[in-house]
Design a binder for this molecule. Structure first.
Ligand code: TYD
Ligand code: MG
Length: 455
């Protein structure tokens, strides 16, 4: 018998435990994340799997995992070809980004296919969900809704309804009465994930768990959930833009390279099947400082517009360097390369760089585009409208090969571009027969770009 409740301090970000309070977590270095929670003395719940036996590799049958698919092909693709029966998928994203909307749509599509679905919300009332569902065009079908936060009652309902698809929205709002800590604390979040995991495996139910992400990007505070689940998906985007990106961070049943792009509309999320066209649709005609780059997102190519603005500074001696959508340090490096290798001088100039549409480009293949955007603005001359560029640029101004040149070129051609400026190294490796109508200009150094493009 316990007479005193034992407590322990647990970091809400990484799960590190400490017997006393600490201002800074020794595990992840975050400040003010240690929260007092009741020490759980109960043993970790046991799984009742059949006793296991070691098998010879060649005797193991290739039991292809059974998947269920929905017509929304983009969602299946990110999961690696549909959702595996009995798997647990964690979907993380910032509040308001559209996680509930996405999952309700997925439930709608499963139900429309005749699957039995249970959607549990700890955040909204049934009426609120129904208002959203009406907007999303939810029709008849076996879609059950439950507004509940008590984990034991949720599982009891799930045992009764026996769905094939099970959604809990969100892991931060549900709690187990077995624990004394409040919802959202790391022990509650873990316990909830555990319960759902057990339910999913035992009954072979495809389960989805929604988790809010903090601004710093840790999954639901509890990063510790990531290793417990089969699949981790991230749903992200800029609040001020309508597009959203869904991608896999971890997938036990498929690749993590696929991503899907959606647009948030008045009637829910619509897959953007031609993202390049979407991101280029408002590109200005014949403007200096605008360059279209061919970049790779996930495993597929995407055309994006890089914009530069160079203007005399008001801050003599300390001009501004602002970038949105590009890596700030990498951009500073590229500006230094332009100054040194192309004898440009912008000591007295503010420089602003932006990727249109709120996109983020992380890969160095955009380097050449960034450089040309700056040069185009400095010269006040627009690039020809049919040019797309890609290539990594090194400190000597050399243009280096990048991955997947063929995919990048084909994407450009398919959108009506005819000229591609690319690394000479990439050009040398290409089979030209594939690209009869393309005008491919290979360069080795950034100095070669201007005469080709601005002549
Ligand atoms: P929501 O799915 O509630 O976000 P999360 O669950 O990630 O917190 O989506 C919130 C936003 O989506 C909200 O600001 C309204 C917008 N929205 C639309 O624009 N169209 C729609 O059809 C729906 C349902 C939501
Ligand atoms: Mg929500």
């Amino acid at each position: 018998m316990k007479d005193k409740l034992k407590t322990v301090f647990i970091c809400q970000t990484c799960g590190t435990r400490s017997p006393k309070w600490l201002g800074r977590c020794p595990g992840c270095g975050e400040w003010n994340t240690m929260v007092e929670e009741a020490e759980e003395t109960a043993p970790a719940a046991e799984y009742s799997f059949p006793p296991s036996e070691a098998l010879l590799y060649r005797d193991i049958k290739e039991g292809a995992k059974q998947r269920i698919q929905i017509p929304a092909d983009e969602f299946n693709k990110v999961l690696g070809g549909g959702v595996v029966l009995g798997s647990l998928v964690l979907i993380g994203g910032e509040p308001g980004i559209g996680k509930s909307t996405l999952l309700l749509q997925v439930c709608r599509d499963f139900a429309a296919q005749g699957e039995r679905v249970l959607y549990v919300s700890g955040e909204e009332s049934l009426e609120q969900i129904k208002i959203r569902g009406d907007r999303l065009g939810v029709r008849d079908g076996e879609l059950y809704l439950l507004a509940e936060t008590n984990m034991e009652r949720i599982i009891a309902q799930a045992e009764k309804i026996r769905p094939r698809v099970f959604v809990v929205d969100s892991v931060q709002t549900v709690f187990s009465a077995k624990l004394s800590s409040s919802p959202g604390t790391i022990s509650q979040v873990r316990e909830a994930a555990n319960e759902i995991f057990r339910f999913a495996k035992k009954n072979n139910v495809s389960s989805f768990l929604i988790g809010h992400i903090t601004k710093e990007g840790s999954l639901a505070g509890p990063k510790s959930l990531e290793h417990m689940v089969d699949v981790v998906l991230l749903f992200e985007g800029e609040r001020d833009h309508s597009y959203r990106v869904l991608r896999a961070l971890k997938n036990r049943f498929g690749p993590v390279s696929e991503l899907a792009i959606f647009e948030m509309t008045a009637s829910g999320l619509q897959a953007i099947l031609n993202p390049s066209a979407f991101f280029l649709k408002e590109r200005p005609a014949e403007e200096s400082g605008s360059v279209v780059v061919s970049t790779i997102k996930g495993s597929r190519p995407l055309l994006a517009e890089v914009q530069a603005l160079v203007s005399p500074t008001l801050f003599a001696g300390n001009p501004r360097r602002m970038t949105i959508g590009l890596d700030h340090f990498r951009t500073s490096l590229l500006l230094a390369v332009i100054e040194k290798k192309m004898r440009a001088s912008f000591g007295g100039q503010d420089i602003y760089l932006n990727v249109a549409g709120g996109l983020q480009i992380e890969e160095p293949a955009a380097d050449l585009g960034v450089i040309l955007a700056v040069i185009s603005c400095l010269k006040n001359r627009a690039l020809p409208r049919d040019v797309v560029v890609f290539g990594e640029v090194g400190l000597s101004g050399e243009v280096r090969s990048v991955s997947s040149p063929l995919a990048r070129i084909k994407e450009a051609l398919s959108l009506g571009f005819e000229t591609v400026l690319l690394p000479k190294g990439n050009l040398a490796m290409l089979e030209r027969e594939d690209l009869p109508k393309a005008r491919l200009l290979g360069i080795q150094n950034i100095k070669e770009a201007s005469p080709l493009i601005f002549s």
